[in-house]
Design a binder for this molecule. Structure first.
Ligand code: BJW
Ligand code: ZN
Length: 279
């Protein structure tokens, strides 16, 4: 592996335009659960019950307890060396952007250059009004709990395998949940659920970066690559002739054996691998 890092370093020095595409695996060693897999968030609850506009419409109390618990986990978590390695690169490399699917705010807390950080799926710490005619957004709200009735969800114990587990503790109605200071309607988390459009300004910034010149390399960090449009950026870089470097605890065998053209595979914890590969 050490030869591979040396080779990668030489390569990195010669590259101009780089994208990092980040998923939940980057924050795993900060103690935040991923979504899929045996220790993932979706093992007890179907994502359709928690991460769609319909689920919020049907039971906002259940969905708010889920996000209140996630906010608490993220507030207690600390950025790891992987977050810090990307943050460093964002200050020294001019033609570099990080596209993160994570909503935990840990890259920002690791001092990532804000101009080069694109939060594709929003943020746990943004609150948006659901009122039809109201555009109220609270861009950064780190209060916990958001209402007295949302207190308590954070006391849930770990599951038998040690991973944090969500269990709703109460039946909550709209009056128990955060409401808009302007119009009084229900507030919702500022994250992107299935079937929703992504922030247009973010999509445009990524499209512009991809169109301004060939992207030489995309670092694909701790993501299963199952969600569109995030997963499409890897193929777009390949089509431009760019290379791909994967950092994941689960990598296909042919990639590890160097059989897939223009693809590097770094197998293991992204928090440990990224400082070795980037610094
Ligand atoms: C480690 C590690 C360690 C572990 N080190 N590695 C059919 C029907 C309906 C819709 C669709 C459909 N087909 C396609 C769609 C579109 C849909 C979609 O993609 N669905 C698929 C599931 C099929 N997409 C959408 O609906 C999106 N909107 C959209 O397309 O609108 C149209 C549009 C497009 C473009 C412009 C404008 C409009 C929206 C998708 C929103 C996804 N939202 C979520 C929830 C966010 C809120 C929240 O956090 O609760 O985002 S879903 C969830 O998945 C979350 C994540 O960001 C996302 C990706 O997950 P990620 O990060 O990859 O995590 P995991 O768990 O899957 O993988 C972790 C990886 O880490 C694994 O590989 C591990 O091995 C690895 N790992 N430990 C390194 N220590
Ligand atoms: Zn409002």
């Amino acid at each position: 592996m050490s030869n591979m890092f040396a080779e990668f370093h030489d390569h990195l020095r010669a590259l101009k335009r780089i994208i990092a595409l980040v998923g939940a695996g980057l924050s795993a060693s900060s103690g935040l659960p991923t979504f899929r897999g045996t220790q993932g968030l979706w093992k007890n609850f179907n994502m359709i019950d928690l991460a769609t506009p319909d689920s919020f419409y049907i039971d906002p109390g259940l969905v708010w307890q889920f996000y209140s618990w996630r906010r608490q986990l993220a507030l207690e978590a600390q950025p790891n060396n992987g977050h810090r390695a990307l943050a460093k690169l964002s200050h020294v490399h001019k033609d570099f952007i990080t596209i993160t699917q994570n909503v935990d705010g840990l890259l920002a807390r690791a001092n990532h250059n804000p101009e080069r950080l694109l939060e594709l799926h929003g943020s746990l710490f943004e609150l948006k009004c659901t009122g039809f005619t109201c555009n109220y957004i609270d861009h950064e709200n780190f209060n916990h709990p958001l209402t007295p009735q949302l207190a308590g969800t954070e006391q849930e114990k770990e599951s038998s395998d040690g991973s944090p587990e969500f269990t709703p503790v109460k039946q909550l109605s709209e009056k128990d949940l955060p409401c808009c200071p302007v119009c009084g309607e229900l507030l919702r988390p500022g994250v992107v659920w299935f079937g929703e459009s992504l922030p247009l300004i973010t999509i445009d910034t990524i499209d512009n970066f991809l169109q301004q010149g060939k992207v030489d390399l995309i670092l694909v960090i701790g993501t299963s690559g199952t969600v569109y449009p995030a997963n499409s950026y890897v193929e777009r870089v390949r089509l431009q002739g760019g290379k791909v470097a994967i950092f994941n605890t689960d990598i296909e065998e042919d990639i590890l054996q160097g059989k897939q053209k223009d693809t590097w595979g770094f197998h293991g914890d992204a928090a440990e691998l990224l400082p070795l590969a980037l610094e």
